[in-house]
Every structure is written in structure tokens, then in C-alpha cells.
Design a protein around this ligand. Structure first.
Ligand SMILES: [Zn+2]
Length: 95
């Protein structure tokens, strides 16, 4: 079984009850998507969309922190990838 899955899109984590993706899930996804941050954007974008629709169908207010919670960690992923690229290929950086 997947660790820390959401109860439903836009809903809480089944593993720990925190808003999804919770920190343990975000940490796991940082690892899962380390080599494919663009896939993470597509994947999490779909979750945000599904979450908005699901909350609407349940007549619940849209969680204002939802987009940030789903997407903010991807910024870390892109940053770390850029750092790794520069480390592995220093000639690529100008000046
Ligand atoms: Zn959790």
C-alpha cells in the first residue's frame, strides 16, 4: 500500500490526517520525481484540478492552501535539479 495516500482529491491524508500532500508524502515525492520534475508538475497539476472538482462536488470550500501544498515542493525539486546540473556540467554555466 502506498504511504500517505489522500482520502480523496483535495482531502486529508489517510496515513496521518494532515492536508494532502502531507510532509512525509512530499518528501517521498521529492525522491520519486528527482529525475523527472516536469512529470511532477503534470502529476500534481492533475491532483489540484481533481481536488478542486472533488471539493466542489462535496460542497466544500476550496482550500486556499491547496495549490501551494501541491506545487510548492516542486520548486525545491527544480532548484535542486539545477544545482545538480551545474555541478555535473560546470561548462554549461556562462561567465
Ligand atoms: Zn500523511
Amino acid at each position: 500500500m502506498e504511504d500517505h495516500p489522500p482520502e480523496y482529491p483535495g482531502g486529508p491524508c489517510l496515513g496521518c490526517g494532515e492536508p494532502w500532500p502531507c510532509l512525509p508524502r512530499q518528501a517521498a515525492m521529492l525522491k520519486e520525481f528527482a529525475k523527472a520534475p516536469n512529470e511532477a508538475i503534470t502529476y500534481m497539476g492533475a491532483w489540484v484540478q481533481a481536488g478542486v472538482l472533488e471539493l466542489k462536488s462535496r460542497n466544500r470550500p476550496v482550500d486556499p492552501g491547496m495549490s501551494e501544498r501541491h506545487l510548492a515542493w516542486i520548486g525545491l525539486l527544480l532548484e535542486s535539479q539545477e544545482i545538480m546540473t551545474n555541478l555535473l556540467d560546470p561548462d554549461k554555466s556562462d561567465d
